[in-house]
Design a protein around this ligand. Structure first.
Ligand code: ADP
Ligand code: ADP
Length: 236
């Protein structure tokens, strides 16, 4: 079966239909861009895929298994990582400690020891920081990082559970062009090396068409187009 499958997902907020019968099937290792205007239903879709929201109807399947009723932390531990539009980091802790916290959470061990657990997962945390190019910034308080570096940190945080599916909500938002490119290249390289299936949202169509294997266009909660970047561009 596909790694990730949305089947006829529907979700309304009061009278507002956010996702209106969305079906999407993502094969293993694919890098899929989910694009569409503000209010199209992208964030809601992400939240349905990670269990942060329950659908009114329809289902999400991970490797053929329904995720209905499972809490986000279960789904996360099943290998579905995500990043948020606004990075969710702890500003008063250091960059390294943020990753150590994430690793402790992912392994669900030593939790009671925190914050006396400074040595735990240190090497693993450093390795993740090196991976995203933040090695030298490990000792700095998170709150002092530049915005682009916070997004890199979030990418490293999203890897603490060794995900095989990674959902990224605007991974390059607020970055200058050169940094957008380098963060996307890093993401795609990691995804190919580790066979991580990636679904990402992105406003910059150049970034989308350069890096995505497939583009799904969503508006008013339904798919308008779905295909390779070339196919989708020709239909516009
Ligand atoms: P996107 O991420 O593509 O901008 P969203 O999923 O955030 O789209 O929003 C889809 C629709 O649902 C929009 O009309 C939005 O206003 C509405 N919506 C999103 N979140 C809420 C909420 N918590 N309460 C009410 N309406 C919401
Ligand atoms: P709990 O105390 O409920 O077991 P945790 O403190 O272990 O929860 O945190 C797990 C929750 O936080 C999950 O809902 C998961 O989605 C989210 N979470 C924590 N770290 C990350 C991360 N690096 N990436 C994505 N989600 C994360």
């Amino acid at each position: 079966p596909p790694v990730l499958e949305a089947r006829a997902l529907r979700k309304s907020y009061g009278g507002v239909v956010a996702v209106a019968g969305l079906s999407l099937s993502v094969p293993r290792g694919q890098i899929l861009a989910l694009i569409g205007p503000n209010g199209a239903g992208k964030s809601t879709t992400f939240n349905l895929l990670t269990g942060h929201l329950s659908p009114d109807s329809g289902d999400v399947l991970l490797n053929g298994q329904s995720l209905a009723g499972l809490p986000p932390r279960r789904i996360w531990r099943m290998g579905v990582g995500r990043t948020f539009q606004v990075a969710a980091t702890f500003g008063s802790m250091t960059v390294l400690e943020n990753i150590q916290m994430g690793l402790i959470s992912a392994h669900n061990r030593y939790r009671a020891l925190w914050p006396w657990a400074g040595a735990l997962y240190r090497d693993q945390a450093m390795a993740l920081l090196d991976l995203v190019g933040l090695g030298p910034l490990g000792p700095l308080p998170c709150a002092t990082l530049a915005y682009g570096d916070v997004k890199r940190l979030e990418l490293a945080l999203a890897l603490v559970n060794d995900p095989h599916v990674l959902l990224m909500d605007e991974p390059t938002a607020g970055m200058a062009l050169a940094e957008r490119e380098s963060v996307m290249e890093l993401t795609v390289t990691l995804a190919r090396q580790r066979t991580i299936t990636v679904v990402f949202t992105e406003h910059d169509m150049d970034v989308v068409f350069r890096h995505a294997d497939r583009v799904a266009v969503i508006n008013r909660g339904t798919l308008l187009a779905d295909g390779t970047p070339d196919e989708v561009q020709q239909n516009e």
